[in-house]
Write a protein that binds this ligand. Structure first.
Ligand code: NAD
Ligand code: MG
Length: 396
């Protein structure tokens, strides 16, 4: 067990992001429990250097090769012994390295899939925030984790809540349904027609959570909840018809497990990802995360409503992809990544996001998800097709 004599050695992939900084905040509170082995970023060298200066990791990685020299020189200027590395291959090596026992997968998008799977194959404790890798390669990832005794700790607030509410023996005994809560995002209650001209800034203004831009747009389209339904299917082994979504605008009940005897267990807390990260880092112990205690009287009320599938068709598309199985979720995820990038750059209207996903799914044959190679090929093909569909729509 981690403690003063035997700290957990952490590799934090995606250290400069929103989840990355929440993880650093929790880790900094417990210097006796956690030691930083490696940190990574795509290309933000100044932020990565500041993290290295504070946390003194053995290794720092920039995935973008062209940022290598400035990382290496910056580390030298700071007088740090941290070794600079670069490229996607360096991420996979660190995820698999024996020099750490805990990998925090906090990269955004399918760019995180190889390192996430590498950590599972290496039998790590895997704090899994990178939900796109579960959507893309869920079956492969779960098989790799179970074959190599990797412990996956979900770091999505919903899945972390469900993990805490599931039977303690790791079974699904007596579980009737999983109930995923959704905030409804910044456009909750709006009609489809009123969403035609919303901007990236409006979509990223989430009412309860401060997050990276990609997941913020996903929350606005409800595609985030769709990705989470697929994620829940893989993590907890329940079919689509036993996973339900309920909108809960306060984001305090993080999700619920409904048992056959009528008991419904929920996990509550202030909307702050440090709770899920502290849980995953210290399990089976509990440690301070810095999150303020919940004040129920100040909250006064909880509201619930069904999701609006007319205004937010992304959720329905994700359920359809889960039911279709095979490579369908990988295609859905890839098309969504292309669509969200185009929307954030102001090239694609908001309602074009689910339209592009639907068109990409219609254009590409679904195959059995035989192995990671098939899934990655399907991801690449879907990106190519989605790009082509955008060009046909006159969007460059
Ligand atoms: P973010 O955009 O704030 O940070 C992403 C991190 O990944 C950064 O460190 C960035 O440098 C790195 N990165 C981006 N593209 C990369 C690439 N191509 N190769 C290597 N590294 C790359 O994102 P975030 O909000 O922290 O989300 C990270 C993941 O966690 C996402 O999968 C998201 O869905 C999930 N998640 C986030 C939250 C949240 O509150 N932010 C909650 C639940 C789940
Ligand atoms: Mg979530």
């Amino acid at each position: 067990m981690a403690g003063p004599l035997n700290p957990r050695r952490i590799a934090l992939l995606g250290a400069t992001g929103s989840i990355g900084s929440s993880a650093l905040d929790v880790i900094a509170r417990h210097p006796d429990r956690f030691a930083m082995h490696a940190v990574s970023a795509r290309s933000r060298v100044p932020e990565l250097l500041a993290i290295c200066d504070r946390f003194r990791p053995d290794v720092a990685i920039v995935s973008d090769e062209s940022s290598y020299a400035s990382l290496r020189d910056g580390l030298k200027d700071l007088g740090l012994p941290t070794e600079a590395r670069s490229g996607a291959g360096a991420l996979d090596e660190i995820a698999a390295s024996d020099d750490n026992d805990t990998v925090i997968a906090a990269i955004v998008g399918a760019a995180g899939v190889a390192s996430t799977v590498a950590a599972a194959r290496a039998g790590k404790r895997l704090l899994l925030a990178n939900k796109e890798s579960v959507v893309l390669a869920g079956a492969v990832l779960m098989r790799a984790a179970s074959a190599n005794n990797a412990r996956i700790m979900p770091v999505d607030s919903e899945h972390n809540a469900i993990y805490q509410c599931m039977p303690g023996d790791g079974s699904r005994e007596g579980v009737r349904r999983l109930l995923l809560t959704a905030s409804g995002g910044p456009f909750r209650g709006r009609s489809r027609a009123s969403l035609a001209n919303v901007t990236a800034e409006e979509a990223c203004a989430h009412p309860n959570w401060v997050m990276g831009r990609k997941i913020s747009v996903d929350s606005a389209t409800l595609l985030n909840k769709g990705l989470e339904v697929i994620e829940a299917h893989h993590l907890f082994g329940l079919p689509a018809d036993r996973i339900e979504v309920v909108v809960h605008p306060q984001s305090v009940i993080h999700s619920l497990v409904d048992y056959v005897d009528g008991s419904v267990l929920a996990q509550l807390g202030n909307p702050d990802m440090r709770t899920a990260l502290a849980y995953g880092l210290a399990w089976p112990e509990r440690i301070d995360s810095g999150v303020a205690p919940l004040d129920l009287a100040a909250l006064a009320r909880f509201d619930f409503e069904p999701p609006d599938l007319q205004a937010f068709p992304g959720l329905g598309l994700a359920f359809d992809a889960l039911r279709a199985g095979g490579t369908a979720p990988a295609i859905l995820n890839a098309a969504n990544e292309v669509a969200v990038a185009a929307f954030l750059e102001g090239r694609l209207p908001f309602l074009g996001i689910p339209d592009l996903i639907e068109a990409t799914l219609a254009a590409q044959a679904i195959e059995p998800a035989a192995d990671l190679g098939v899934l990655l090929a399907s991801d690449r093909e879907a990106r190519r097709r989605a790009g082509e569909l955008l060009r046909k729509m006159g969007i460059q």
